[in-house]
Design a protein around this ligand. Sequence first.
Ligand code: F6P
Length: 549
Amino acid sequence: MASVTQTALWQELKKHALDIENQHMRDWFAKDNQRAERYTLNTCGMTLDFSKNLITQEILDNLLKLASQQQVAEKRQAMFGGETVNYTEQRSVLHTALRNFSGEPVLVDGKDVMPEVLATQEKIKSFVESIHSGSHKGFTGKAISDVVAIGIGGSFLGPKIMSEALKPYWKEGLNVHFVANVDGCHIHDVLSQLDAETTLIVMSSKSFGTQETLQNTLSAKAWFLSSEATQADIAKHFIAVSSNVKAATEFGIAEENIFPMWDWVGGRYSLWSAIGLPIALTLGYDNYYQLLQGAHEMDKHFVEAPLSENMPVIMAMLGVWYSNFLGAQSHVLLPYYHYLRGFPAYVQQLDMESNGKSVNESGDFVDYTTGPVIWGSEGTNGQHSFHQLIHQGQVLIPADFMLPLRVPNQDYTHHAMLASNCFGQTQALMQGKTFEECYADLSESTLSDSEKAVLAKHKTMPGNKPSNTILFEQLDPKTLGSLVALYEHKVFVQGVIWGVNSFDQWGVELGKVLGNAVLDELQDEQSEPDFDSSTNQLISRFKQSLSKA
Ligand code: F6P
């Protein structure tokens, strides 16, 4: 099948990119005082102002035509309908079923999966209530005071970042700690401050084969058994979330303590499954349920809204415009809300592990850019760190700004300052500051005219730097659920445009295999490594340092 780059629409969009090279958003706003209103969408308690983007109506129309041409609506239906859209693993992709409150069945291989989804939600609910009520006792008869959630990737990022984002909603009396890295410092620092008799270990691993998670759980088990506890007490203090029940029971987790998940839920899409158990423990089940509800609201919007009024589709097609026609290689997320500071890291896995691909469904290498580098940090911190490059650097970096209009624990002055920085930054990125304006600012300076001209050049801000601004009333669990689902569906739409499989992750396998071979060498004092000279010398240096210890 011909590449999408061969289509007339793609060629048309390439022409548009040339047409706007000498145009400026500043002028578009000056000429059209309806621009902001026209390019703003509202849904699920969120407002997306996408007017500060390098688009004309003609460009936007053609981007939406491209979405239609690439069958976004049809592929959306296929995903929600349980078809095998993850074609390299022969799996459905149904994280949407985990928050399906429509009452409609969801069929996988002809079987309605909703009964087991709902049963697992009930299992989560009753377990969480048993911990919060204190009815679940540890081996000395005490209630649980601390939870250590062990997992990595999608088994860590969702639980940790969503819990962090909803700090104002935390349940009193229970401390939830998150451990991911196999660096022993992490698990040591967490466990060394806890008491085994009141600690619950939640081990989350969809595959139950991830080295870091298994090792961290083994260390937690050793720590637990170094207390007064016995093997028989494990059942009171260790639970697992996995789709690999066999491996979890073989590991020593009691079957009744295993919360199931399914192979049609990808790791980076799994916080809506029992992987979200630490979130429910942190917030209480009702708040966790609101998170699911919010995602469901966004699902409905994504399925029902026309492409031109569809928030995920608009954000996706803007990203395609920047990546494939204006040469952007990265996309920055700037949450202007301290509790949402982890959101860029969450979207990093969601986006980069989904669309960091180069081969299409036919097995051909694609001849265009696919997933961008996702990065970012909380505002206003970035303004004192990397915003300089976004304003005056040589690379185009589209930005997503996010701001809650109401926040807890803050006085008005702080919040007004936060908002003014957010809005001021998007304005500066859009309008910039011309050489003439910078030169005029120097009119009182004692510099010579030529020195003023040089300094004015350095101070010139090109502007024309694109940004989206997402506003929400407040970051409550429901809004957060909608926000996460918004990015999930944005990633999905982009994967459809690029013709890649957004739901496998073969690229992470080789490093694991090679890492295991190196580990064997590091753990064998006698053997001589037989890899490339660099790896050999690195192994030798590591072994030497150990022998000196
Ligand atoms: O190696 C990548 C990955 O498979 C991610 O996709 C996943 O979220 C993470 O590792 C953890 O996997 P698991 O939940 O199976 O331990």
